[in-house]
Design a protein around this ligand. Structure first.
Ligand SMILES: [Zn+2]
Length: 486
């Protein structure tokens, strides 16, 4: 009996242990579940919620991330480093820009507030997608993780060519692929050195009122479009006379007077009898002023809205909206001036480039973009940004007609210097008068070029107070086209 009792007692104890183990197991599983839930929440917070917090410039979380992550690099599309963070042995970090002034506006700076890509991709540059284990070990050892790299769509050779071609003059050049929307170059002058932005700051501000050094003229500068706007006037004329636009005819005597207002053709040229195509090729002011007077102003304004005037451009960086202010109330002199790109119309170089992109791309505007992909510090892909269509700005047929006219500007007009064996170019020159100073003008060129086996490229060039588009704007476009198609 005693034996029996001992055996029973043994079984009872074993059962108790099993139950206890089960209980412990239950508690352990509970903890694991709780732990996983916490990790899940943290992961969700890191990926989903933190973006909203970080992108708020007033949020101190941003500094918190900078304490844990070494800000990532920004590169050109071929990997050329445009911005990088050097870490000294004592842990001091310095943001360096190896290409300096060449990319000042588009890449921006991050040491004195943030601008350019440094501002619009601030969150992405302060995220790290290195291997999880590496990140965990770094966290435990108190080391910083390396931030992700932003690979841009910028072409280093094109950017340098545009930068050098603009020289010491004020102005801007922007280059895009019409069929993808990739921005391949974006230059603005005067410029600054982002490496020394902090020490130069006071001097830049002292200059800024007159020179607007910090303004990215390519996307934020607003200028009278001058004769480049004749593309828009021509489009409106075609829309109002879809079957008969070819019958347009005007005899240019060098000037046109209406409503006590006289407009002259550029350089006092007399163009004689011109149709629509020749009016554009020769950039005949008198003919376009005459055409403008025949247009339905309400429809003209609608066409301008189709082309993104008085609207925000589809960009994720700083830009200015263009203005078209003609209404039914506008006087005849204003209508004449507006038809040739003077008057109150204002446009950014990027906007003119986008209009050209749509013309080149059968009427469809691809959304312009600067960020091509994000990589982790080891070169592994984190995110890829694909081309996407913004929408149709004009019909395929309208685009085709304008392309023919723009080609004629090169073969038989004001941009004949763009004739080349390596590519086919098309475009429109402009010499936009500004202020009330007679005889002074901003030099414009907008256009595109293509050749077999390469993406076409579109360009807008403006050089402030530099004279005619034909003599000043065209050579800059030629440098860029020659570099790209060589
Ligand atoms: Zn004329």
């Amino acid at each position: 009996m005693k034996k029996g009792t001992a055996a029973e007692e043994n079984r009872r104890i074993k059962k108790l242990r099993r139950d206890k183990n089960k209980e412990f197991a239950g508690i352990a599983y509970g903890f694991i579940a709780l732990f996983l839930a916490m990790i899940g929440y943290l992961a969700w917070f890191q990926t989903a919620r933190s973006e909203a917090f970080i992108n708020n410039p007033y949020n101190s979380r941003l500094d918190h991330f900078a304490e844990r992550i070494v800000r990532g690099d920004i590169t050109a599309d071929d990997g050329t480093i445009l911005a990088s963070t050097k870490v000294a042995e004592d842990g001091t970090e310095t943001r360096v820009y190896p290409r300096g002034r060449t990319y000042a506006h588009v890449v921006g700076y991050s040491d004195n507030g943030k601008t350019g890509l440094e501002a619009s991709y601030n969150f992405e540059l302060l995220r790290s997608h290195t291997f999880l284990l590496e990140r965990v070990v770094s966290e435990i050892e108190g080391r910083k993780n390396e931030g992700d790299t932003l690979v841009t769509t910028l072409d280093d050779a094109l950017q340098q060519t545009a930068y050098e071609a603009l020289g010491s003059r004020k102005g801007a050049v922007v280059v895009l692929e019409p069929d993808t929307g990739k921005i391949r170059a974006m230059v603005s002058k005067p410029d600054f050195d982002p490496n020394t932005i902090v020490t130069d700051w006071d001097a830049i501000l002292a200059d800024d009122e007159e020179a607007s050094v910090l303004l990215n003229r390519a996307s934020q500068g607003l200028y009278p479009p001058g004769s480049t706007f004749k593309l828009v006037t021509a489009l409106e004329y075609i829309r109002e006379h879809p079957k008969k636009y070819k019958n347009y005819s005007y005899t240019c005597s060098g000037s046109i007077t209406n409503d006590h207002y006289t407009l002259h053709c550029f350089g006092n040229s007399v163009h004689g009898e011109v149709d629509l195509e020749k009016s554009l090729a020769k950039s005949c002011n008198s003919s376009f002023a005459n055409m403008g007077l025949s247009l339905n102003i309400k429809n003209f304004a609608d066409t301008c809205e189709d082309l993104l005037f008085n609207r925000d451009l589809p960009i994720d960086f700083a830009g200015s909206g263009s203005r078209f202010s003609l209404t039914g109330e506008s006087g005849e002199s204003e209508v004449m001036a507006t038809a040739i790109g003077q008057g109150k119309t204002l446009v950014s170089p990027l906007h003119m480039a986008l209009i050209v992109c749509a013309i080149q791309n059968d009427g469809v505007l691809m959304r312009p973009y600067l960020a091509q992909r994000l990589e982790n510090a080891d070169g592994g892909r984190v995110e890829q940004y694909e081309p996407s269509a913004y929408g149709r700005l004009m019909t395929e047929k309208e685009a085709k007609i304008l392309r023919r006219y723009m080609k004629n500007v090169v073969t038989d007009g004001t941009a004949s210097a763009l004739q080349s064996d390596s590519y086919v170019a098309a475009g429109k020159t402009g010499s936009a008068e500004f202020g009330n100073v007679k005889g002074r003008s901003h030099a414009w060129f907008v256009g595109y070029a293509n050749a077999k086996g390469k993406h076409p490229i579109a360009i807008a060039v403006i050089v402030e107070d530099a004279g005619s588009g034909s003599t000043v704007g065209v050579p800059i476009a030629k440098s860029v086209f020659d570099t790209y198609f060589k």
